[in-house]
Design a protein around this ligand. Structure first.
Ligand SMILES: [Zn+2]
Length: 76
């Protein structure tokens, strides 16, 4: 059996207009629209990591921030 091809993670920063290489991943979930097993991931460069994480944090959506290297298939 051939395993399905992994979806490549977009390693560019998720911040609007930013094309920097992402080093961190902001994982978050909106309980109103996402199930408990669902996670959204924003990749972020060092410059925008705090901005992106605080954006979801103040809404109570932040799960955690991890290095992009630690992202797994279940993130996305
Ligand atoms: Zn950025």
């Amino acid at each position: 059996m051939i395993s399905s091809e992994l979806t490549p993670i977009d390693l560019r920063c998720s911040a609007k207009g930013c094309r920097a290489l992402a080093t961190d991943a902001v994982r978050w979930r909106n309980p109103k629209i996402h199930t408990a097993t669902r996670r959204k991931v924003w990749t972020a460069c060092p410059e925008h990591r705090d901005h992106l994480s605080s954006f979801v944090d103040i809404r109570g959506f932040l799960i955690d921030v991890i290095p992009v290297a630690e992202l797994s298939d279940s993130d996305g």
